[in-house]
Design a protein around this ligand. Structure first.
Ligand code: AMP
Ligand code: GLY
Length: 416
């Protein structure tokens, strides 16, 4: 089949690697892609949030399957426009993507479906924000109601900072703090049948020891040696199936990738957020371990035939990815610096570009590259990932040095 992949970050590079590995994928076209994706796919230009342009490209490319990577095109209705042309698309409708696009909508669905999550209030003025902060107490959690690429959330003990974030955002969701390790569970679904991938853990804060501001994600590993037995079954039963049923009941079934962000609290898993697409950088580690051909799986979800898809198979061992970020990320990333040492298997491109004059590889975003490696166990995967990162030279860049370290040392604990 001919596959068109929309997007151009690290997640899409990981998806592209999985797709070209699938013998049923004859041609892979990506738009806009990035230099890493360009090495394995044909690149096209497209305005990522223009549904008509994306649909026209899908027709012109004679795509049998379109895979939408990022959230902004989904929320803009790209999947609807492609589907309207009669082309199979992996990605939810704009209506269903509101599970990610609006935190207040997601809370409403969770309440209706009885899904365990943090208690929360949608607030549009300082008075209601103040009341909610009073009720929950510190640490305070204040979330921008709209899409914010993982950066619209402030978790702080500083009440003035919580109030300031609420003022800047306008409409916010103020919620109860959930204590416990975080898990990202990706679920492939056609709206009815649902297949979980391996749970992974992401590192949202920019600095070691989970300090500093939130980012899009600084690294990830899978599987999770500390995860309680039965976690995935429990989340499928208590979160995923009730949510999918509620979306069907509303007449807006969710088909695509449901990303369940969880905190494993003393009283069990609680949903922190839903996303409507693969997570970045968790996708890099989850797909590194997936043995089942990716194109066939996504095509089955896109065509309502996931129930007939064979069970997934996974490689033994573990995977770790470490993000190399540009100087100044996340506040004000510097771009345009030359990168060397990236030409190695396992180096996944996110914000990179080629200099037109000489083809040199340049930084072009906040998260620039990641080093992804597998190994017989987490420790060896981690060593190999850091070896890749040490081989990359980018002036001013930074990365966390503690990705997967606590899991390897047995320091991740679920209380209760
Ligand atoms: P979100 O964009 O909703 O995933 O939030 C980004 C990050 O903020 C999460 O990965 C958590 O680390 C943190 N966070 C969000 N909501 C909560 C909460 N209710 N309790 C504790 N931490 C949270
Ligand atoms: N890794 C976090 C995200 O993709 O939102």
């Amino acid at each position: 089949m001919r596959v068109l992949l929309l997007g151009g970050g690290g997640r899409e590079h990981a998806l592209a690697l999985g797709l070209v590995d699938d013998p049923s994928v004859e041609v892979l076209i990506a738009a806009p892609g990035n230099p890493g994706i360009g090495a394995i796919a044909e690149l096209r230009a497209v305005d990522p949030v223009d549904p008509a342009a994306a649909a026209a490209l899908a027709v012109e490319a004679q795509a049998d399957l379109v895979v939408v990577g990022p959230e902004a095109p989904l929320v803009a209705g790209v999947a609807d426009a492609v589907r309207a042309k009669g082309i199979a698309v992996f990605g939810p409708s704009a209506e269903a993507a509101r599970l990610e696009g609006s935190k207040a909508f997601a809370k409403d669905v969770m309440t209706a479906a009885g899904v365990p999550t943090a208690r929360a209030y949608a607030c549009a003025d300082a008075e209601s924000v103040g009341k909610a902060l009073d009720e929950f107490g510190a640490p305070f959690v204040v979330k921008d109601d709209g899409l914010a690429a993982g950066k619209g959330v402030v978790v702080t003990d500083d009440r003035a900072a919580a109030e300031a974030h609420a003022r800047e955002c306008g409409r916010v969701v103020v919620e109860e703090y959930l204590a416990g390790p975080e898990v990202s569970l990706f679920v492939v679904t056609d709206g009815e049948a649902a297949v979980p991938l391996l749970p992974a853990q992401d590192f949202k804060r920019v600095d070691d020891g989970d300090s500093g501001p939130n980012t899009g994600g600084m690294g990830a590993y899978a599987p999770l040696p500390w995860a309680p037995a039965g976690l995935v079954d429990e989340v499928m039963r208590d979160v995923v199936h009730p949510t999918l049923a509620e979306m069907r009941r509303r007449g807006t079934p969710f088909a695509g990738l449901l990303y369940v962000g969880l905190a494993i609290t003393a009283t069990g898993p609680r949903v922190i957020e839903f996303n409507a697409r693969f997570g970045d950088p968790e996708t890099q580690v989850v797909l590194a371990l997936l043995e089942t051909p990716l194109g066939g799986l996504l095509h089955a979800a896109a065509t309502g035939s996931l129930a007939e898809h064979p069970p997934l198979s996974w490689r033994a061992g573990a995977a770790v990815t470490v993000v190399v970020a540009a100087e100044g990320y996340p506040a004000k990333p510097r771009t345009g610096d030359v990168i060397t040492g990236a030409e190695r298997p396992g180096v996944i491109h996110a914000g990179t570009a080629r200099r037109p004059a000489d083809g040199a590889l340049l930084s072009a975003g906040g998260r620039v590259l990641c080093g992804t490696a597998t190994g017989a166990d987490l420790a060896s995967a981690r060593d190999a990932a850091y070896q890749l990162v040490r081989g990359i030279a980018l002036a001013g860049s930074h990365h966390r040095s503690d990705i997967a370290a606590a899991a390897i040392d047995g320091r991740v604990a679920v209380s209760g």
